[in-house]
Design a protein around this ligand. Structure first.
Ligand SMILES: Cc1ncc(COP(=O)(O)O)c(C=O)c1O
Length: 563
């Protein structure tokens, strides 16, 4: 039985002892030691990935509707954290957990987080962040060079030049994308002598001043939802994010992109459109695909608009020479975003937005009298966020500890794991792989062998009867079967979650193989270096077993469809 927590006498003397640093380091070291053991136990523990507790049960644990009045002992609260929080956290580092971009981290990251918390630097200004401001600029320059590879002279001049910023370290990819699009918006409606720019006057006046009816952002239909959030916050409007269809490899369809731009440019009075930015994606969230950045860049230049690349997922692969050709054309982007908590294996969270031109961030520069003064060296002059943690220490240290060579090994391993999973799925005839990317994301679905065979046969019939009588009926049958298999995969996914020994995620895509139709897919993200072939086999066997069990319930209904 849990002992009830000991009451602590509230006194200033006691509270003062809680602040860094205690007179004697013993307590700090003792708790630190206990805490590290607790964390270690969590990772050693075998069993479920999500813990078996139900969501209603969790809500009953956390149902205290008022702030506690009196203090409790650190020891007691740590024990409460152990039981109520750690015990019911998701084991995202478990090698059987291959469902999300959030995955295992190297253990030294935990130690780096301790340094970050202990130093408590605030990156907004030099008065609260001395060496850490320089670390941040160095990291930004490293990443800038990886992407844009400008001259040695450029980096020598700018790496620690406080008058400019090559980019921002942000809370996450969402804010990094938003910063890029904010700059794009300012560049689209800049100050011109008579008009002080959209940041001063707002979108409405900016559109009127420049003679447009709306401003748009163009991205493929695989664009991350952060783009819509940014459009909303920046006053552009979510409806003004124009999503372009994708080709069979889930990359933006360049012909459709051109057609869309042509039609926008033909807009008549009353429907004039300013293209604020055209975006490429280097690693789509759902399929890991990389757009043809070179072509998009050429189009953006022709149009005269900002070219932004969302490389939040894939950008870190630029560290490794053999991956660089995938990103051909990225060096021509105006801005690029990368997340450290994805392929740099850093813990939650840190994004970065980089600008090819060292002048671009001047468009959003701010100053005040009490901090980030006009002529100060504060990084906060160029950021959307105010106070920011010293998060950049994690990738900065990790790029030293793991190095480009180490990341190369990790990415090669992730690639091997991705292909191993594909092989295992293909050899167990009850799965269909729908997309495999160079960036470690694979989508697939459970489909019993005989249903798959039927579907393939129907597709052949459809292809040979296109335009003839009967083609429509075949198409409808294919649709019905897919609809049916969608329901089967949703059920399989839910049952796997209950089984809780393995985890992949689920999404719905307009599958390029069966379009126009939305297909429910299982999605694996294969970046944990501890996920070996043996584990993959267990994951596939588990899903196959659960899938076949569910199929028993579905089979009679299926027979009625195919008649
Ligand atoms: C391609 C892409 N862009 C942007 C984001 C947003 O990143 P964050 O979740 O760090 O805000 C994600 C997140 O998964 C992503 O995959």
């Amino acid at each position: 039985m849990n002992k009830s927590p000991k009451k602590v006498e509230t006194s200033l003397e006691y509270l003062r002892k809680l602040f860094i640093m205690p007179d004697s380091p013993d307590k700090f070291i003792e708790f630190g030691h206990d805490l590290l053991e607790m964390i270690h136990d969590f990772f050693q523990e075998k069993g479920g990935i999500h813990s078996s507790i139900t969501l209603p049960e969790l809500s009953r644990i956390f149902d205290q509707a008022a702030v506690p009045d009196s203090p409790a002992l650190i020891k007691d609260v740590l024990s409460e954290i152990k039981n109520k929080v750690i015990g019911h956290s998701v084991k995202v580092g478990n090698p059987y957990y291959i469902g999300h971009m959030t995955s295992a981290i190297p253990y030294f990251m935990i130690l780096l987080e301790m340094i970050i918390a202990a130093l408590n630097q605030n990156q907004v200004k030099i008065e609260t962040a001395k060496a850490s401001s320089f670390v941040e600029r160095e990291l930004v320059a490293w990443l800038h060079r990886l992407v844009f590879n400008r001259t040695n002279k450029f980096y020598e001049k700018n790496i620690q030049n406080p008058r400019i910023a090559l980019g921002n370290v942000t809370a996450d990819g969402t804010l990094a994308n938003m910063t890029a699009l904010l700059v794009a918006r300012e560049k689209a409606f800049p100050p011109d002598g008579k008009f002080p720019g959209s940041r001063m006057m707002g979108m409405d006046r900016a559109l009127r001043h420049y003679g447009y009816d709306r401003g748009v952002i163009i991205v493929s239909e695989r664009g991350h939802y952060s783009i819509k959030k940014a459009a909303n916050i920046l006053g552009i409007g979510e409806h003004n994010v124009l999503n372009i269809g994708v080709d069979d490899n889930n990359r933006i369809d360049i012909k459709k992109l051109r057609r869309k731009i042509n039609s926008l440019q033909r807009g008549k009075v009353g429907n004039r459109t300013k293209i604020i930015a055209i975006m490429g994606i280097a690693g789509t969230t759902e399929t890991g695909s990389v757009d043809n950045l070179q072509k998009i860049g050429e189009i953006a230049r022709e149009v005269g608009t900002h070219f932004h690349v969302d490389a939040c997922w894939g950008g870190s692969a630029l560290l490794v020479d053999e991956y660089r050709p995938l990103f051909r054309g990225i060096q021509e982007a105006d801005s690029v975003t990368i997340d450290a908590h994805k392929l740099l294996y850093c813990p939650m969270t840190m994004g970065v937005v980089l600008f090819r031109s060292e002048r671009d961030l001047q468009f959003i520069r701010h100053s005040t009298h009490y901090a980030i003064r006009r002529n100060s060296v504060d990084t906060g002059r160029f950021t959307v966020e105010g106070s920011r943690p010293f998060a950049c220490l994690k990738p900065w240290a990790s790029l030293k500890i793991i190095g480009r060579e180490g990341y190369g090994l990790l990415f090669r391993q992730a690639n091997k794991t991705t292909h191993n999973l594909k092989e295992l799925l293909d050899s167990c005839n009850n799965f269909e792989t729908l997309s495999v990317s160079e960036l470690f994301i694979l989508t697939y679905r459970f489909i019993p062998a005989k249903v798959r065979k039927k579907l393939l046969a129907l597709r052949d019939v459809e292809a040979s009867s296109r335009g003839k009588a009967g083609a429509k009926g075949t198409r409808q049958k294919i649709k019905k079967i897919n609809h049916f298999i969608n329901a089967l995969n949703i059920k399989l996914h839910k049952a796997s979650r209950r089984d809780d020994t393995t985890f992949v995620s689920r999404t719905t895509l307009e599958s390029t193989r069966y379009r126009p139709q939305n297909i429910v897919v299982l999605r694996a993200v294969l970046i944990n270096p501890l996920t070996d072939k043996h584990i993959l086999k267990e994951i596939v066997d588990t899903q196959n077993r659960i899938g076949l069990q569910i199929w028993e319930e579905f089979e009679s209904a299926y027979r009625k469809i195919v008649i």
